[in-house]
Design a protein around this ligand. Structure first.
Ligand SMILES: NC(=O)C1=CN([C@@H]2O[C@H](COP(=O)(O)OP(=O)(O)OC[C@H]3O[C@@H](n4cnc5c(N)ncnc54)[C@H](O)[C@@H]3O)[C@@H](O)[C@H]2O)C=CC1
Ligand SMILES: CC(C)CC(=O)C(=O)O
Length: 365
């Protein structure tokens, strides 16, 4: 990859490579855009096939956070970290403390939280070294693990998508195929089951599948069979790039609404499902509940306020469908437009000169 060329073409601000030999930390912090405020985005720990793949993932996910935070109406920019390693075997306390010190060194340009492979306990270790971390334990007056709130937001967004597709937002009796029943999807299934939806689930983890079968009477299917189920709604809650040339022809669902980041393999796949009449709830909008929740910590966490804001994902999704219809564009383009227009408006409103202690006018002769 030609790094500067890539960063320039996607408007990235900064890439920080952090290593600590003692703990084995190998982290990449990507900051995409801080027009709206400091960059907030989680830390992912994953085994990457190469360093290049890890850098690409950090950059891609950071840009996604810029759009997610902007569309959610947060005064925050976009960033993300990936730590290279196996979250089951390669973690140690010193690693997260060392990482916390690197974050502290950025002096508030980047604030972290949980993502795939990291936990509340990891955030608590980071918190020993910096205040620029959210999703830490409730005992520190914080919001804790964001996954249940992400799930609540996905549930609300799915209802808005159901209204668009079926004329009613009731999920009672709807057949919903859920891909991956991990942290977010398990709580999502709780909401769906409570409302009377019929669940079909898959996961590479057999225990996770069994848990959903036992708790919700879900029907278990193989990982390759989930796309072709006779379902009303497909809820991707595991991996990215699962809407692609192979899977689209198999889909029978009229709605795609799930928590996974970067669901469209390429933008063209968003065009194809739009042309097929499938109602797609853009990923970074429907899954923004977690970041809305952790962002609330920055103002002193208030769970009632945060949940009310997360419930607003329903309205944001409705607004995106309205833009999509008005401008005759796919919903993913409508979401991008919403985010980009907000960033452009704020950039313009902040462009006038403001005197501060570094200004030429205040420098002592
Ligand atoms: N946790 C959160 O608050 C947020 C999560 N997300 C996204 O939502 C998705 C799920 O996140 P979590 O539930 O936190 O992760 P998780 O790791 O707890 O759950 C993911 C599940 O997917 C399963 N899985 C992996 N590969 C699979 C495959 N090929 N087929 C079927 N299942 C497979 C895993 O075994 C696991 O049970 C991720 O894409 C994440 O980036 C997005 C926003 C916030
Ligand atoms: C809790 C969030 C900060 C996690 C995140 O990075 C995301 O929404 O993808």
């Amino acid at each position: 990859m030609e790094l500067f060329k890539y960063m320039e073409s996607h408007d990235y601000e900064q890439l920080v490579i952090c290593q600590d030999k003692t703990s084995g930390l190998k982290a990449i912090i990507a900051i995409h855009d801080t027009t709206l405020g400091p960059a907030l985005g989680g830390t992912r720990m994953w085994t990457y096939a190469s360093e290049e793949e890890a850098i690409e993932d950090a950059l891609r996910l950071a840009k996604g956070m810029t759009y997610k935070n902007a569309a959610a109406g947060l005064n925050l920019g976009g960033g993300k970290t990936v730590i290279i390693g196996n979250p089951k075997t390669d973690k140690n306390d010193e690693m997260f403390r060392a990482f916390g010190r690197f974050i502290e060194g950025l002096n508030g340009r980047y604030i972290t939280a949980e993502d795939v492979g990291t936990t509340e306990e990891d955030m608590d270790l980071i918190h020993l070294e910096t205040d620029y971390v959210t999703g830490v334990s409730a005992e520190f007056g914080s919001s804790g693990n964001p996954s249940p709130v992400t799930a609540f937001g996905v549930y609300k967004g799915m209802k808005a998508a159901a209204k668009e597709a079926f004329g009613s937002d009731s999920l009672e009796g709807k057949v919903i195929a859920v891909q991956g029943v991990g942290n977010v999807a398990y709580t999502l299934c709780e909401h769906l089951h409570e409302e009377g939806a019929k669940l079909i689930v898959t996961d590479i983890n057999k225990e996770a599948v069994q848990r959903a079968v036992d708790a919700f009477g879900a029907i278990a299917v193989g990982t390759d069979e989930i796309y072709s189920q006779e379902a009303d709604i497909f809820a991707p809650c595991a991996l990215g790039a699962i809407i692609n040339d192979d899977t689209i022809p198999q889909l029978k669902a009229k709605v795609i609404a799930g928590s996974a980041n970067n669901q469209l393999k390429n933008p063209e796949h968003g065009d194809t499902i739009h042309e097929m009449g499938i109602v797609y709830a853009p990923d970074y909008v429907i899954n923004s509940g977690g970041v809305i929740n952790v962002a609330d910590e920055l103002a002193g966490y208030n769970s009632e306020r945060a949940l009310k804001r997360v419930a607003g994902i329903y309205d944001t999704i409705e607004k995106i469908f309205a833009i999509s219809k008005r401008d005759n564009i796919p919903s993913y383009v409508a979401a991008d437009r919403l985010a980009e227009e907000r960033i452009a408006r704020v950039a313009k409103s902040r462009s006038q000169f403001l005197q501060n202690e570094k200004s030429v006018l205040t420098q002592k002769k």
